[in-house]
Design a protein. Structure first.
Length: 131
């Protein structure tokens, strides 16, 4: 084998190793209590919006940040600071997946994914009420 082939093979093996190690950080969901104990790394926390608490979004002041409260799958509630603009229909979300870290008493999220009600469920419910 040529020297360049060996070097190329080694670089590819290293790249695969890096990708595998990075994906291992997000292979499973966490909760707020685990995230509070391991503050040095990012966590994916699944939960739902606490509708009885305020959602603070001031786009004229900072359009890339909003605050809200979320309960995780275990029912633990924590205030969240999301470093993204507030998504459309945020209040209607059924489930929220946050990626971030706990800093002091806040969960600071740099990614957010929403699971919103399906438009097909809304149409099916409307058809049932019309009958």
């Amino acid at each position: 084998m040529k020297k360049t082939h060996l070097i190329l093979l080694l670089v590819m093996a290293l790249a695969v190793g890096v990708l595998i190690s990075m994906s291992g950080d997000f292979s499973e969901y966490s909760n707020f209590s685990v995230a509070s104990q391991a503050t040095e790394r990012n966590h994916q926390v699944v939960g739902h919006l606490s509708l009885d608490k305020p959602i603070i979004y001031e786009p004229t002041k900072d359009p890339n940040q909003f605050r809200f409260f979320m309960k995780d799958a275990n029912g633990l509630e924590m205030q969240v600071v999301c470093l993204k603009p507030k998504p459309q229909d945020f209040e209607r979300s059924e489930q929220i997946v946050l990626t971030g870290k706990v800093e002091k008493d806040l969960f600071v999220a740099h990614q957010i994914q929403l699971k919103c009600p399906s438009k097909y469920q809304d149409e099916a419910n409307q058809q049932l009420t019309e009958k």
